[in-house]
Design a protein around this ligand. Sequence first.
Ligand code: APR
Length: 186
Amino acid sequence: MSTVLWERKVKGCTLTTVQGDITLEHIDAIVNAANEHLHHGGGVAAAIVRAGGASIQLDSADWVAEHGRVATGTAAITGGGKLSAKFVIHAVGPVWGTGNEVAKLTSAITSALELAEQHNLASISFPAISTGIFGFPKELCAKTFFDTVENWLDEHPQRSLQTIRFCNFDNPTANVFEREARRRFG
Ligand code: APR
């Protein structure tokens, strides 16, 4: 199970950094670090399909067949399959080195938050999008996450989301998020 490293109420929303496997989160939606084709071949995407079952990949293929690829900086939602999470929000972050990476990551995070709101969800859990195979630096990712979430909370005082978790699998990433949260919120 996951270990809570830091938790605070910020602008009326509970923010929590945890170390653990996001596929085990008991939450309305987990966010997947996806690619534009929703081919969940590696990293957290593969872990989500392994844990949630083939329906997640099938729903993803249906989504792309109907809507086309999920552009970088946007997100798509599917059911959660066998996961305890009701939904998976597939957010496509930038590949480091493609330019405008911070803006693209900001957009992907915001798109995921907007989708959660559209589905009236109360809780969501994010992995460190783009910091694995896509090569985005961990510290800058954590800073971008908290900048984006703080701005989004300011812009959405009336919202369904009450809990936003940052669930990181590996120790280094979990520690970077905890340090950034403490530096920013105490
Ligand atoms: N729970 C939480 N975090 C996880 C898990 C897990 N089970 N497995 C991996 N992670 C973390 C990684 O340690 C990393 O910090 O998720 C973060 C994102 O890494 P990736 O999964 O490699 O995602 P990304 O860098 O955005 O690359 C996306 O990789 O998996 C493929 O299909 C995916 O093409 C896409 C690309």
